[in-house]
Design a protein around this ligand. Sequence first.
Ligand code: SAH
Length: 258
Amino acid sequence: MTQVFFVGAGPGDAELITVKGARLLKEAEVIVYAGSLVDRELVRSYAPDAEVYDSAGMNLEETTRVLAQAALDGRKVVRLHTGDPSIYGAIQEQMAELDRLGIGYQVVPGVTSAFAAAAALKQELTLPEVSQTVVITRLAGRTPVPDRERLSEIARIGATLVIYLSVSMIEKVVAELLQGAYTPATPAAVVAKASWPDEQVIEGTLQDIAGKVKEAGIGKQALILVGDVLRARSEGMRAKSLLYDKGFSHGCREGIVT
Ligand code: SAH
């Protein structure tokens, strides 16, 4: 069947692609990948002989033409995206173009960079009684953000935030967050190039994180994480989860009554 596979490459580490994604890459004859974010070595390590296109210098018409032609020629074709394709991946318009051309496709998920950043920090993002909600968001850049999702509005919830595509505007991020439920003492972290060999982790509070990030010269491939969950490692946990509590019964285990 004629089809294109949209594959999540994961956050960087070549071992953080899914088994299915790796298999599809190995089998691929044609690969279009986002060279600005996906490591060329990752592509080459899985598919040394494939015909490879870097989408960084291509527009939607050009990437669609390559994907469609390869699929129509009966060649195995992968469109490789960084992290998970559904998060700021611009895949919807590519799928719409393939729909228009009557070409089928499948999406294979990947590990989004938020989870690589949490792993780098060794931090659970959902702690009982602290936050049970994670918001993935960004500041408006050239891509606008709907008005009701302004960071200052989102900040009213006070949940754990993972902010993509915004580290170059970190002062503005901090200013907007302080209009919500966060305070200058709220912990914040920036993880750059999560899971890459040159990964960088910067930790602080909303008071000092912007200065620390500028000082470290963090590039744009970085995430900002904010929220009281980040306090757990330095100040200890307030509440443990019930899941492994010895007195808590659930479908797989009887609690011990003392
Ligand atoms: N689809 C991707 C996100 C693409 S948008 C994903 O699921 O991760 C690009 C933004 O993602 C960057 O500006 C940065 O904020 C973030 N990003 C991607 N890879 C990253 C990494 N390895 N470490 C930190 N941030 C990363």
